[in-house]
Structures are given as C-alpha cells and as structure tokens.
Design a protein around this ligand. Structure first.
Ligand code: IDP
Ligand code: MG
Length: 149
C-alpha cells in the first residue's frame, strides 16, 4: 500500500556534504521524492515534531542539535514506504545499525545520527503535514515505478 514517510536530513548530513549520497540511496530503492525543503527549523517546530520525547533526558540536546543548522525536510512515497525507510536508515543507535544502512554507514553517535524517518504511516501523515502544506507535496507516478519496482 502506498504510504508517505517524512524524512529529515539533520544538520550533520548537510554540514558533512552527504545529502546527495543519501538521496541517491533512497531513489535507487525505487521510492518517490514528493516534497523537499531546506529549512532552519525553530525550537517550536522541533519540539512539536519530537513531542513524544519531551520528558526524555536527551530532549534538550536533541532540540539544540536539530535547530543548530539547516535540515532538509522531505516527503517520500511508495508501497510500504515507512517500513522500507526505517530499514534503510537503520537502528537509532548507529553502533547497532547494520552496515549498509544510512546510520550504519555514516555516523557513530545516537545524538548525531544524521537522519530522521517516521516510524508509522500515521506518524508519517502527521509529520508531513507539520512541515509541508498540502500543495507542497506532489505525488507522482511513472512507468518505472508502476511497472518495474
Ligand atoms: P528514531 O530517530 O530512530 O525514531 P527515537 O527514539 O524516536 O529514534 O529518537 C529520536 C531522536 O532522538 C534520535 O534519532 C536521536 O537523534 C535522539 N536520541 C534518541 N535516543 C537518544 C539517546 O539516548 N541519547 C541522545 N539522543 C537520543
Ligand atoms: Mg522516532
């Protein structure tokens, strides 16, 4: 079933100049990029996005990190997009993320794990609408995705 997943390349991905490499991996999987926006996010937006972690010990550190420099907010679509994306990004702690995953290949510390992806289709919808207006998300299909993926 087609799903939407909100993906955010955190400040480390932009500053380390690996945005293109990460997007290439997601495109090659066969997922569709349907929105993208470079943003310097406010603490208010970051806190809304990560509301479920408000009481955690790392919350302040997390908000400081994701607001410290630009992020690339994106919407990706495809069949089973959320679970595929979570597999491709790997475990939250890069030390446990398998080689071949984005976190497994590009980072070391949990607090600097360079990429966010929604953890359920429901959260995917919630997060996409937090960062994008409906008209900014452009769902598209082509012969490649419909016939060959
Ligand atoms: P996820 O990003 O894999 O969904 P969550 O548990 O939702 O993982 O945590 C959100 C983000 O909060 C993580 O990606 C990471 O940046 C940060 N984080 C989670 N746990 C820790 C921790 O124990 N120390 C520091 N930062 C953490
Ligand atoms: Mg999460």
């Amino acid at each position: 079933m087609t799903e939407r997943c909100f993906v955010m390349l955190k400040p480390g991905a932009i500053n380390r100049r690996i945005v293109g490499e990460i997007i290439t991996r997601l495109e090659r999987k066969g997922l569709n990029l349907s929105a993208a926006k470079l943003m310097q996010i406010t603490p208010e937006l970051a806190k809304q996005h990560y509301a479920e972690h408000a009481k955690k010990s790392f919350f302040t550190e997390l908000i400081t990190y994701v607001t410290s420099a630009p992020v690339l907010a994106m919407v990706w679509e495809g069949d089973n997009c959320v679970s595929l994306m979570r597999k491709m990004i790997g475990a939250t702690n890069p030390a446990e993320a398998a080689p071949g995953t984005i976190r497994g290949d590009f980072c070391i510390h949990t607090g600097l794990n360079i990429i966010h992806a929604s953890d359920s289709a429901k959260n995917g919808e919630r997060e996409c609408s937090l960062f994008f207006k409906p008209e900014e998300i452009i769902s598209w299909h082509d012969e490649y995705t419909d016939k060959w993926i």
